[in-house]
Design a protein around this ligand. Structure first.
Ligand code: HEC
Ligand code: HEC
Ligand code: HEC
Ligand code: HEC
Ligand code: HEC
Ligand code: HEC
Length: 499
């Protein structure tokens, strides 16, 4: 056979390398075309063609010159000169065609690699990559995300943001995560706060202008009591979101005062989830006043205080569940009853439904089997007096609860409303009451208030779906169940555990 390439290349190592590189390359080309021309290409095609296949390709390419170099050394050492002497001679048509072939191949390869790298970048930034590649690990976050106000915002917009620095950081920690998943050593649930989450000021503020004045927002919550009649109870709140001083409309107060760029709130917390806050400091650069508050309930010594790391309050200290909202069963069932997906005609269905969701199943499959059984056991026992119409309502309620379970509770990852506290309110978690508990006092005697009409005004409350009394200044809270003054002294979440 006539040899068209330099003889040093005709050694086993180089030939094996070339074969390896060529096969991986052709496979990548093939998969790229499949991906380009097929609308619904399989989800994993990207990880194969852009992450795994380049590895043998590069190894193959390294083997070719390595083999040639070894061959040359063999020759130099005077070992059996099995091949012809190697000289570069462009007048030799054989060497010329070898060079042209090599150059063309390299250029094509380079183009494809560039395109491939771009596709890799694009693909690893997609919701599909973040949410489904590691499958069951991200299932809770990906599912909850799809039912959130940010379902159209890409994962990376919050978790990485723009700029090469954060891209590299996220890929480095991502590489460890791939290892953790492959080696099955990842934590269940994934712990928060996420250590290397980019500061909220750089991510949320790409879309939400912090100085924007939001004004008041009406929040209407419909509840049902756990009695036989499933008595409805509605509370209409006007949330005083407010805005900041640097907005075009001048100084404003309200909830977003904490996020005003001119206000700096620093706090310490001995627990990783930041649920107890023994000390905090407010620096208001508009007035130049600095105030320190200490909790009279959770006290720490000055020495311990100095040892604790401080955090500056930002969006995530309140909005820690903007996208991954795992709703507590009481809220799930109230929503289903409000939406009519579970009928209030079924006597005492609220309590039964909450019981069916909270029974502590070991797997989603077990929950899917047990939820209908729990409802049937209650409603379709031997002495049940349900009409055929109500039997239909029971099976519809079961289907709704199964659906809601799949969206909010993930036994495989130990994820549910209990896994992560939600800091935005104060009903089933401490939330705002971490500081606003009437027990954080400054040296001058200022207290961070728990007054029910300071963050929101209660516009109306009662059993009717429509307001009985509408108040602009705020009504005195009436607890739907007679518990005396307990709601004033005890935090709501001490009784309202969500289940
Ligand atoms: C609107 C912004 C936003 C979007 C979009 C978003 N996340 Fe998150 N994510 C957060 C915040 C905030 C946290 C909680 C951070 C904390 O408490 O430290 C979080 C937490 C997480 C956690 C830790 C576990 C948990 O449930 O708290 C994972 C895993 C996660 N996100 C994955 C994803 C994936 C996958 C996507 C896309 C499908 C996504 N995120 C989209 C803001 C977002
Ligand atoms: C890429 C743009 C984008 C980013 C980044 C983003 N958001 Fe949003 N956010 C939106 C859009 C769009 C909406 C409005 C959704 C709607 O009206 O349904 C929204 C709505 C909201 C709402 C109102 C939710 C409701 O119930 O109506 C809150 C609160 C919020 N975002 C907080 C955050 C926080 C906190 C972060 C940072 C972790 C963040 N957002 C990051 C685009 C973004
Ligand atoms: C002190 C806690 C707190 C901080 C800090 C905070 N927020 Fe809010 N934010 C709230 C509350 C409470 C609401 C009203 C929630 C509701 O009922 O939907 C709200 C509402 C919002 C809304 C919805 C406004 C609307 O008109 O519906 C957006 C968007 C938002 N916040 C973004 C941000 C961003 C971005 C930051 C950081 C710069 C931030 N928030 C900091 C507590 C906070
Ligand atoms: C880290 C502690 C902390 C947390 C958590 C916190 N706050 Fe505050 N908040 C403060 C401090 C300190 C003040 C100032 C008190 C004062 O000056 O009287 C304040 C003041 C306020 C004010 C009055 C602002 C004004 O000047 O008009 C509102 C409204 C408010 N907070 C709402 C909320 C809401 C809603 C939440 C929960 C989503 C919350 N806060 C969580 C510390 C906190
Ligand atoms: C520091 C601010 C603050 C104070 C003080 C406060 N609330 Fe709230 N409250 C909130 C916020 C924020 C929410 C959550 C709104 C949301 O979920 O969008 C909320 C939600 C609620 C809800 C609806 C709960 C739910 O999730 O179903 C009720 C009821 C309520 N508050 C009653 C009260 C009562 C009663 C008091 C007085 C003991 C009180 N609040 C004091 C900030 C406050
Ligand atoms: C001492 C215990 C206790 C405290 C504290 C408490 N509640 Fe309740 N709450 C109850 C009981 C018991 C019911 C009746 C439960 C039922 O019908 O299933 C109830 C019912 C409710 C309901 C009707 C819907 C539901 O979820 O059952 C609302 C709304 C409510 N409470 C709000 C609050 C708020 C807001 C606070 C804090 C300001 C609070 N509660 C503090 C014990 C408490």
């Amino acid at each position: 056979m006539k040899r068209r390439l330099p003889d040093v290349l005709y050694n086993p190592l180089s030939i094996a390398g070339a074969a390896l590189a060529a096969t991986s390359f052709l496979t990548i080309v093939f998969l790229t075309f499949v991906e380009l021309f097929q609308k619904a290409a399989p989800a994993y095609i990207g990880i194969i063609s852009y992450v795994f296949l380049p590895i043998p390709l590069i190894i193959g390419l390294i083997l070719i010159p390595l083999g040639a170099w070894r061959e040359k050394r063999r020759l130099a050492r005077g070992m059996p000169a099995s091949r012809l002497q190697f000289t570069v001679d462009l007048n030799s048509s054989r060497q010329r065609s070898a060079l042209i072939l090599f150059a063309t191949f390299s250029i094509i390869l380079l183009l494809f690699t560039a395109y491939g790298s771009y596709r890799t970048f694009e693909w690893t930034e997609s919701v599909e990559f973040c949410g489904t590649t590691c499958h069951s690990v991200m299932e809770p976050e990906h599912t909850a995300y799809q039912n959130s106000p940010h379902a159209r915002v890409k994962c990376v917009d919050c978790h990485v943001g723009s700029g090469a620095g954060w891209y590299v950081r996220s890929k480095l920690s991502g590489a460890y995560q791939v290892y953790a998943v492959l080696a099955n050593v990842y934590p269940r649930p994934i712990p928060t706060p996420i250590k290397n989450l980019r500061p909220a000021r750089e991510t949320c503020e790409q879309c939400h202008w912090p100085s924007h004045f939001s004004g008041h927002k009406e929040v209407i919550n419909t509840y049902f009591k756990s009695d036989e009649q499933n008595t409805r109870w509605t509370i209409g709140l006007l949330m005083k979101i407010g805005g900041s001083s640097s907005g075009e409309q001048g100084p404003h107060a309200g909830i977003h005062w904490h996020a005003d760029p001119e206000v700096e709130i620093t706090f310490v917390s001995p627990d990783t989830l930041r649920q107890t806050i023994p000390w905090l400091r407010v620096k208001d650069s508009r007035t130049g006043v600095t105030t320190e508050y200490r909790s009279t309930e959770n006290t720490v010594s000055d020495e311990d205080l100095r040892a604790l790391p401080t955090s500056r309050m930002d969006c995530i200290d309140c909005h820690n569940r903007p996208s991954h909202i795992y709703r507590p069963p009481s809220r799930i069932v109230d929503n289903s009853l409000t939406g009519g997906r579970i009928s209030t005609k079924l006597p005492g269905v609220r309590a039964v439904a909450i019981g069916a969701l909270t029974a502590g199943y070991t797997s989603t499959v077990a929950a899917m089997d047990s939820i209908p059984l729990a409802l049937a056991a209650h409603y379709q026992g031997p002495d049940s007096a349900l009409s055929p119409e109500n039997r239909e309502l029971v099976s519809r309620a079961s289907a709704e609860l199964q659906d809601q379970y799949r969206r909010n509770i993930f036994p495989r990852m130990n994820v549910s409303w209990k896994a992560y506290p939600n800091n935005i309110g104060h009903m089933t978690d401490l939330g705002c009451f971490r500081c606003h508990d009437d027990k954080h006092v400054s040296a001058e005697g200022k207290v961070i208030s728990k007054d029910c009409n300071s963050c929101h005004t209660i516009m109306y409350q009662g059993t009717g779906p429509r307001p009985e009394v509408l108040s602009a200044t705020g009504l005195e809270f009436r607890h739907p169940e007679d518990i005396g003054d307990a709601w004033r002294e005890t935090h709501c979440r001490d009784c309202h555990t969500g289940g």
